[in-house]
Design a protein around this ligand. Structure first.
Ligand SMILES: Nc1nc2c(c(=O)[nH]1)N[C@H]1C(S)=C(S)[C@@H](COP(=O)(O)OP(=O)(O)OC[C@H]3O[C@@H](n4cnc5c(=O)[nH]c(N)nc54)[C@H](O)[C@@H]3O)O[C@H]1N2
Ligand SMILES: Nc1nc2c(c(=O)[nH]1)N[C@H]1C(S)=C(S)[C@@H](COP(=O)(O)OP(=O)(O)OC[C@H]3O[C@@H](n4cnc5c(=O)[nH]c(N)nc54)[C@H](O)[C@@H]3O)O[C@H]1N2
Ligand code: SF4
Ligand SMILES: [Mo]
Length: 733
């Protein structure tokens, strides 16, 4: 294929070349931005091409890549074949990274809101003006409302650590991350069972149950690719999902489980395994805490009982339990990731974690793997200052039984800001995060924003959150910036370290958040806490890995050949009992069920549907819908509805429908699908945007965050995104 930027591939052809597990390529697109950057007489020519290692940032996986650069223009992104975690692949989104870099919708210089919020009137500022203004606003809030009057919300990123550090030295405890919209209830459940959150040895397992995880579309490397490899070797895959996802389509068995009832299925499996003594008794005696209590507890949860709840036949539950036990310990109940399902998500995930414990798969081939040694050093930073007039704690403290203090709960934080209790928050620093699209109940987020005097967003594009901000600062994309080092692991891929250096110079006037924070710190007389360069920071991180700098330079990745299995040999578990906890004593002390007790989910009222959330392989959250190459794969979202349910409402394929919940509504086209339960509907997220700065998708589809109600998991405070009931009606033209 040609790499001449003047003969760009068509977007349709792009599809043929891209895709998981293929080393696909893509050349630069003919965007106005790219043309502006490349002098027309300078045609790119392979003879002066340079190749640079980096790590993809089109989603969280950080797959290793090699960028081809010609005349300072990135013309091709290829997988780094030495990068084991992604098994030498870049997915469709990874390939489309070029269109993100050269997106004409990129933010180009600092913008100050003129007009009302959301009116789209902006004044261009110089960086000095923008940073002076931001520092002044932060200081004003600190003086009037204490330093905790500013909320910091960093998204998932290698530089987010600096936002946390800035919040600490600035003096605010109020930090919420994207995690409380994502995986905190899963983390809670596994921490409270095993003492840590595991990886899954998908490649070597013999049997895997995925419930509410869609690995062939929601890509996690290496799991998604290892699942394909292991299936070829005969590994059995059982999927529970109310939708017929791509993972369901390729599974041995798919059960369209009644949403919210997975716990019934897992408790019944445990019931069979215990009553038929299908577990390793010597192992259980040595490693597990609370088997007696659990045996007593699950007596009530027979497969026949479970069938009535989850709608999976009792005979299948019994058979699956026996098959699973026979494959153990190389058998996994996949822990999943985004667990923002229900109000009892932590307990649902606890039932899965407990079953894993009973399979004896912890720290063994084909089972759940403990964290391995990566070897990065913690960077010593000066002690953060203490501010006497600060309140005692974060604003959302105590709002959920077992919240994570580092991540907080966006839902509870938002409620507390609106109530202004126990104290007011007036400022918001948002980095690489788009809560107006990713947090349920958009109106409520807008209500929270009305309480704030100053909102600053650092992004690469005019996201909805940027659109509603007061000051918008342009950041460089991953191909233009230097990042700290980051440790990665997953499945049986080696623990490794990656980093990023600019592949091309930063475009426009974009500035990395590290530099923004450093300059703000200087203006706030906190410069001594940011008195280091990113290069120095990274050197400190790598100081105990003597070969890392060479490996990163020559291979684009450093491997630490640390132990993969048997990491816990001779070690005790980081739990209260120092064993794997089937029965959690700490929960009991706090008045929380020490073992998962089944509670039937709220019934879908007649004439309503349950809305479920889920992703596809070509979008990342709410970020890539506007990407020139990717948005053509799905130019707008549609409502998945079962043909029978649609017929009852007089809805035909492609009809415009109104979807409404207790908190919001949206209009989009209907897509009739046999592969969804009759009581459930689904739509992709990231559409129905407020921002006119996202020109490919503005005015298209409906916003899921607008429709989702903001229930949350009782224990972790994680957003519970599958608790919303909606009404669907055909729109009469
Ligand atoms: N392509 C792509 N890959 C990604 C991402 C992305 O945005 N795009 N995001 C990454 C991130 S941050 C995350 S957290 C992961 C998410 O990875 P997953 O958690 O695997 O992804 P989801 O698509 O959210 O899968 C949730 C599935 O649960 C189903 N479901 C809903 N209710 C129930 C229920 O009660 N029971 C059961 N059994 N199933 C139910 C939904 O129909 C949906 O298919 O993906 C990561 N990978
Ligand atoms: N409806 C619905 N809501 C969901 C989910 C869902 O499946 N459906 N999934 C949930 C999950 S699992 C998660 S993890 C969260 C994720 O939610 P968020 O953390 O909000 O992630 P994104 O929606 O991808 O928003 C990331 C923002 O970062 C910007 N960005 C991208 N690259 C860069 C960069 O290099 N620098 C800077 N400064 N900005 C950049 C993008 O333009 C975008 O505005 O959403 C949660 N919310
Ligand atoms: S899974 Fe795809 S988008 Fe995510 S990091 Fe890897 S190549 Fe990039
Ligand atoms: Mo996530």
């Amino acid at each position: 294929m040609s790499s001449n930027i003047n003969t760009p591939i068509s977007r349709r052809n792009f599809l043929k070349w891209s895709g998981a597990a293929t080393a696909a390529t893509v050349v630069g697109t003919k965007t106005p931005v790219l043309h502006a950057l490349v002098p027309s007489d300078k045609k790119a020519d392979a003879s002066n091409a340079e190749y640079h290692f980096s790590a993809c940032d089109m989603c969280l996986n950080k797959c290793g890549l090699v960028a081809r650069v010609e005349n300072n223009v990135v013309t091709k992104l290829d997988p780094n074949q030495k990068f084991l975690k992604s098994r030498g692949m870049l997915c469709a989104r990874g390939n489309a990274g070029i269109a993100q870099l050269y997106d004409p919708d990129r933010l180009k210089y600092p913008l100050l809101r003129k007009g009302k919020r959301g009116e789209g009137k902006w004044q261009r500022l110089s960086w000095d003006e923008a940073l002076d203004y931001a520092a002044e606003q932060l200081k004003k809030i600190a003086d009037e409302y204490t330093r905790c009057g500013v909320l910091f919300s960093p998204g998932s990123d290698m530089q987010s650590t600096f936002v946390h550090w800035f919040a600490e030295v600035f003096g605010s405890y109020n930090v919420t991350t994207h995690e409380s919209a994502c995986l905190l209830s899963r983390n809670r459940a596994y921490l409270d069972t095993f003492g840590e959150v595991p990886f899954s040895d998908v490649l070597h397992t013999k049997y895997i149950i995925m419930a509410g995880a869609n690995r062939y579309e929601a890509l996690i490397t290496p799991d998604s690719i290892d699942l394909m490899s292991t299936r070829k070797n005969g590994t059995k895959l059982v999927v529970l999902d109310p939708r017929y996802t791509k993972t369901a389509a390729l599974a041995d068995e798919w059960y369209p489980v009644r949403p919210g009832t997975d716990m019934a299925f897992f408790l019944a499996i445990i019931h069979v395994i215990i009553s038929e003594k299908l577990y390793d008794q010597a192992y259980a005696f040595e490693k597990l805490y609370g088997l007696e209590q659990l045996s007593e507890h699950v007596k009530q949860y027979s497969p026949e009982w479970a069938e009535g709840e989850c709608e999976i036949p009792a005979k299948d539950i019994t058979r699956i339990a026996r098959e699973l036990a026979a494959a153990a310990p190389a058998a996994i109940v996949y822990p999943g990731r985004r667990t923002s399902d229900y109000v009892n998500s932590t307990q649902i995930r606890r039932s899965m974690a407990i079953l894993n414990a009973l399979l004896g798969n912890w720290d063994r081939p084909g089972g759940l793997l403990a964290a391995r040694q990566v070897g990065l050093s913690r960077v010593e930073l000066p002690e953060a200052p203490f501010y006497e007039d600060n309140p005692d704690d974060r604003l959302d403290i105590g709002k959920a039984h077992m919240m994570f203090e580092e991540e907080g709960s966006f839902k509870h934080m938002r409620d507390a800001i609106i109530e202004a209790k126990p104290y007011p928050i007036k400022g918001w620093f948002v980095y690489k995060h788009n809560p107006l699209q990713s947090e349920a109940n958009r109106q409520r987020t807008l209500e929270m924003m009305e309480k704030l005097d100053f909102i600053l967003t650092v992004d690469i594009a005019m996201s909805d959150t940027a659109w509603m901000s007061d000051l918008v600062l342009p950041a460089p994309s991953y191909l233009e910036r230097q990042d700290p080092a980051s440790g990665l692991q997953g499945s049986s891929a080696c623990a490794c370290v990656v980093t990023r250096n600019p592949v091309v110079p930063a475009l426009f006037e974009s500035k990395p958040v590290f530099e923004i924070l450093k300059e703000l710190a200087n203006r706030l007389e906190l410069g001594e806490y940011f008195d280091f360069t990113l290069e120095e920071y990274r050197k400190q991180q790598l100081k105990n890995l003597p070969d890392a700098e060479r490996a990163l330079r020559e291979d684009g990745v450093y491997y630490n050949p640390s132990k993969l299995y048997g990491v816990y040999e001779g070690r005790i578990y980081k739990t209260k009992s120092k064993k794997i906890e089937l029965y959690n004593e700490r929960y009991a002390e706090m008045g929380v069920d020490p073992m998962p007790v089944y509670k039937s989910p709220r019934k879908v009222p007649s004439g309503r549907f349950r809305m479920v959330v889920g992703r596809n392989a070509y979008f990342t959250h709410c970020t890539t819908q506007n990407n020139a190459l990717l948005h053509e794969l799905m130019p707008e979202n549609s409502l998945w509805i079962h043909p029978k349910a649609a017929a009852g409402l007089g809805i035909k394929e492609g009809d415009l429908v109104e979807v409404s919940s207790a908190v919001g509504r949206g209009e989009l086209k209907a897509s009739l699908k046999d592969g969804i339960r009759e009581d459930t509907v689904y739509m992709a997220s990231g559409f129905g945007v407020l921002s006119k700065g996202l020109t490919n998708i503005y005015g298209k589809g409906a916003c899921m965050a607008e429709i989702l109600e903001d229930f949350s998991d009782e224990l972790s405070g994680n957003m519970a995104m599958h608790e919303t009931f909606v009404k669907v009606a055909r729109k009469v033209a």
